[in-house]
Design a protein around this ligand. Structure first.
Ligand code: PLP
Length: 387
């Protein structure tokens, strides 16, 4: 059976050229980057040259990059590290559609006495910039807003938000786990940015936090003092080398976007469907679509049997049968929330659009035939068209 992987927002397959470089480090430059002998120095050189390459790509200083284990750790280090170093300010602003590693970290700080404001999004999944400036006050330490949402792919106006924060003298952090290498984002007014390798064909377990020079953060894990004392623990040199190598990948952005649009057009022919989130301000490979009156999980499993791998809501939430906090924030009707599917495309989708449309259309038809609900699809269709 041919397999079509459409879950690239959850994680990606490691690129061949990247895997080759990673393997070389595993087998040849395996020294501890802190060791002073030849093997250790070899490993350190590889790590430093990877850091330089990333810094050149970002147009920043290598000292502004701290390697971590990925997005979750980078986000924790950004928020907790900044809070630890600046205890005089105890107000944080974030959004209701952030990844759980931001939301749970903020919840944790709330328990320690911090005040957290959660900015709402409109029905397109977008933040109104003015809502942020209205919430900033004298003791606001940080605004943390994600660049690209992991579930609906919406792109927030990060440049505008970061400029407002700069003007109002508040630190700005962005979780760019879903946007890095997909959508350019100049660092001009950004103070901290989180990135994770496994979202762009580098290995799992590696990422980095960009911290602008002059910004004080404190480590959240202590030990051997690696990464300028900000992230103790033996560095994951194979992963780091892989992350830097992934900067050279041709991600075929235009082809995937064309493929995405073709699939959306095909799926829109099904009655009672709804695309969740802005179509215009959306990352090129994301489709988040709801089918009225069916369970997204059943649809996902039916497609799985046919070798098509998709997701319902975010990967972290997909083993729990919780309603997606992101779709809820968009005020979507429950019947649509339960029937939601996320397709995050990669090169597998190119040329397979009609096959994908056909399989999904048939699966939706089958599930609706089995549904205990009496579905008035004509009425739903008219409602959606009039929206
Ligand atoms: C927007 C966003 N932030 C953070 C993370 C966590 O990244 P990691 O899996 O590298 O810890 C994810 C992963 O799904 C994500 O999509």
């Amino acid at each position: 059976m041919e397999e079509i992987y459409l879950d690239n927002a959850a994680t990606t397959k490691v690129d061949d050229a990247v895997a080759k470089k990673v393997k070389e480090v595993f087998l040849e430059s395996y020294g501890n980057a802190s060791s002073l002998h030849t093997k250790g120095r070899e490993s350190r050189e590889k790590m430093e040259s990877a850091k330089k390459k990333i810094a050149t790509y970002l147009n920043c200083n290598p000292k502004e990059i701290i390697f971590t284990s990925g997005g979750t750790e980078s986000n924790n280090l950004a928020i907790r590290g900044l809070a630890k170093a600046n205890p005089e300010k105890k107000h944080i602003i974030t959004s209701v559609i952030e990844h759980p590693c931001i939301l749970e970290t903020c919840q944790d700080l709330k328990r320690e006495g911090y005040e957290v404001d959660y900015i709402k999004v409109n029905n397109d999944g977008l933040i109104e910039v003015e809502d942020i400036s209205k919430k900033i006050k004298d003791n606001t330490l940080l605004v943390s807003i994600m660049h690209v949402n992991n579930e609906i792919g919406t792109i927030q106006p990060i440049e505008k938000i970061s400029q407002i924060c700069k003007k109002q003298n508040v630190y700005f952090h962005t979780d760019n786990v879903q946007g890095f290498l997909k959508k350019d984002l100049p660092l001009t007014s950004i103070d901290m940015m989180s990135v994770s390798g496994h979202k762009f064909c580098a290995p799992k377990g590696v990422g980095f936090l960009y911290v602008k020079k002059g910004i004080k953060i404190l480590p959240i894990n202590t030990g051997g003092g690696q990464e300028n004392g900000l992230r103790s623990g033996t560095e994951n040199v194979p992963g780091i080398v892989g992350l830097a190598a992934a900067l050279d990948i041709d991600f075929k952005i235009n082809e995937i976007e064309t493929s995405r649009d073709k699939i959306i057009e095909g799926l829109k022919k099904i009655k009672g469907v709804k695309i969740n989130g802005s179509i215009k301000n959306r990352i090129y490979n994301n489709i988040n679509i709801s089918f009225y009156g069916i369970e997204g999980e059943s649809l996902m499993l039916m497609l799985d049997e046919q070798g098509i791998y998709v997701s319902t809501g975010s990967a972290c939430a997909s083993t729990k049968l919780n309603e997606s906090h992101v779709l809820k924030a968009l005020s979507i009707d429950e019947m649509y929330i339960h029937g939601s599917l996320r397709l995050s495309l990669g090169t597998d989708a190119i040329g397979k659009e009609n096959f994908i449309i056909e399989k999904i259309t048939n699966a939706v038809k089958k599930l609706r035939e089995m549904s205990p609900f009496k579905l008035n699809l004509e009425e739903e269709n008219d409602k959606e068209k009039n929206n």
